[in-house]
Design a protein around this ligand. Structure first.
Ligand code: FES
Ligand code: MG
Length: 573
């Protein structure tokens, strides 16, 4: 075996007529592959993130078989392998904490394995960015297939019960408004099948990103997890990867300033998840690029918000799919899209949309009458968030809160929040500003999705549905509210959030893009800075603490970025 062959696996090794080729073929035959099979070319890996501890991705087991059919039809040899699977509900401390580890797993397996190209099978929130990041760094041809949304359920009178409908029931239960019988019923009704969250949460948002970056087939985000259409997309994904290998289409050629801009514009037109901001910056960093809060904001400000889909809007993902899905959104906002960017089919968006028209549908607003003139994500800055924060304007329930000044009620971490938020004696009213800190990528660690601070029980009972809330945490893409997230730097990294005390005035001015406090330098100097997190002695915690970057650097590990992209500031020594 030559030195070159030892560095990176390639399907070439199966085509070798000497000892290497014989052994490569022989081992697969021992695993059940036929003599014909092992001489097929190209060799395509299928990186499957199916897991019983990730029901969102569990359908990928079956879909993988359809991908294999497509690969074989096109002449290739499919060989499936597992990777880490990160699920939102089960992964502790958070799924974000393991995203970079999964990206390393994906990168190293693509690199190490004797394959010419790879199909990435992802779905649940972090699995999609982790696979894109890993595939970009490995840089062999890659096509992605997502698991697709799980079915909509019915619960009591609600015949279109989606995942975002679960949160209000939980809130009601907290304050004693849901009895035991209904609570048990909810358990059996909230998830009635495999697949990802059935609203425009992080999973579907990132699936749309995968389409826009040219990793996933156009129109592949929305068909239901268990639909015949998704099986056909799986077959086509298999055929496509064989064509991508033949064309030498590399991930590094897909991720450009223009495709990143396309991706984020579509996210904001969809009312997509705030998590996309972090993942896109991380993806950019793997490609040697940088986006930055100012460009995110300019792109969002210049893109109409048109998708009337939950949780920000009223229609279902299946309605948006019927309206034409992501390609219809691209068509609708084409004026602000770089339509010469390439899709996973190898054709550009221009070529793909040539001559296509989409019927009017109430899931997509007309461009001259959008849900809002600007995109649904607002990037904020100010003395409380010197390196940025984000607000999903599509989620604001009480419009007056977009410009609001009130007194802070501060919680130091999740235990403190849980212990006091429902205390009848808590000094809080509807105008208060709920502040949660110590929940950043370093401090929590892993930036949990807890930024959606619950409305204090006594206010909830009084009918308060929304309040200004802010934190250095993230929020589930399925949640809504006037919630300022990703305050950077986080409090554990010395950010100003750490100085804020209960009673301080805080102001949000969403139109001006400002989040601020009113403390003087003297007042700040008199405050005690937040203690640095305790040094972690070993393993993943050690690695994470020393190498994870802040939210504005995509929370990637500094050593995984492409050469030439500097972190905004160094992490802990
Ligand atoms: Fe997996 Fe929402 S919990 S996609
Ligand atoms: Mg989530």
């Amino acid at each position: 075996m030559s030195q070159r062959d030892l560095k990176k696996g390639s399907g070439e090794l199966f085509r070798d007529e000497g000892q290497d080729g014989l052994l490569h073929r022989a081992f697969l035959r021992g695993g059940g592959f036929s003599e014909d099979d092992v001489r097929r070319s190209p060799v395509i890996g299928i990186a499957n993130s199916a897991s019983e501890f990730n029901p969102c991705n569990a359908g990928l087991r079956e879909l993988s078989e359809f991908v294999k059919e497509g690969i074989r039809e096109a002449g290739g040899l499919p060989v499936e392998f597992p990777t880490i699977s990160i699920s939102e509900p089960y992964t502790r401390p958070t799924s974000m904490y393991l995203r970079n580890l999964m990206s390393m797993d994906v990168e190293e397996m693509i690199g190490a394995t004797p394959i010419d190209g790879v199909v990435l099978l992802g779905g649940c929130d972090k699995t999609v960015p982790a696979q894109i990041m890993g595939a970009l760094s490995a840089d062999k041809p890659a096509v992605m297939l997502v698991a697709g949304p799980r079915p909509v359920s019915c619960f009591q009178k609600n015949r279109e019960f989606t995942v975002d409908d679960v949160w209000p029931v939980c809130e009601d239960r907290r304050v004693g408004l849901v009895n035991d019988e209904d609570w048990r019923e909810l358990e059996g009704r909230s998830n009635i099948g495999v697949g990802t969250c059935n609203v425009m949460g992080t999973a579907t948002t990132m699936a749309a990103v995968a389409e826009m970056l040219g990793f996933a087939l156009p129109g592949s985000s929305l068909p239901a997890a268990n639909s015949p259409e998704r099986r056909e997309i799986a077959r086509e994904t298999g055929r496509m990867i064989v064509r991508s290998v033949a064309a030498g289409l590399l991930p590094s050629a897909l991720v450009t300033d223009r495709s990143l801009e396309n991706a984020f514009r579509v996210v904001t037109a969809l009312g997509g998840s705030t998590n996309a901001v972090i993942h896109l910056e991380a993806i950019a960093g793997r490609a040697g690029l940088r986006i930055g809060a100012d460009r995110f904001e300019a792109w969002s400000a210049g893109t109409p918000y048109v998708a009337n889909v939950r949780p920000g809007g009223t229609r279902l993902l299946s309605d948006l799919d019927a309206a034409g899905g992501v390609p219809a959104i691209v068509h609708r906002i084409r004026e602000v899209i770089h339509a010469d960017a390439v899709t996973a089919t190898g054709a550009t968006w221009d070529e793909l949309l040539e001559g296509r028209s989409f019927d009017d549908h109430d899931a997509i607003a007309p461009v001259d009458k959008p849900l809002s003139e600007r995109g649904a994500l607002i990037m904020l800055k100010g003395n409380l968030a010197p390196r940025g924060a984000v607000l999903k304007a599509a989620g604001v329930h009480v419009p007056g809160l977009r410009h609001h000044r009130g007194k802070a009620v501060v919680f130091d971490g999740i235990e403190d929040l849980n212990a006091r938020i429902d205390d009848a004696d808590l000094d809080v009213d509807a105008d208060s500003v709920l502040v949660l800190r110590g929940m950043g990528v370093l401090g929590a660690p892993g930036m949990p999705e807890v930024g959606h601070i619950p409305i204090p029980a006594k206010l909830h009972r009084a009918g308060v549905t929304d309040m200004l809330r802010l934190s250095d945490a993230r929020m589930s893409g399925t949640s809504t509210g006037t919630v300022v997230l990703h305050i950077t730097p986080e409090s554990a990294a010395g950010g100003p959030l750490g100085f804020i005390a209960t009673g301080d005035e805080i102001e949000l001015d969403a139109a001006a893009g400002v989040i601020r406090h009113f403390l003087t330098d003297e007042e700040i100097a008199a405050r005690i800075p937040q203690a640095a997190p305790v040094a972690q002695p070993r393993g993943m915690a050690w690695l994470h603490q020393r190498h994870v970057m802040q939210a504005d650097d995509g929370c990637d590990f500094d050593f995984l970025r492409a050469a030439g992209v500097e972190a905004t500031d160094p992490t802990l020594p």
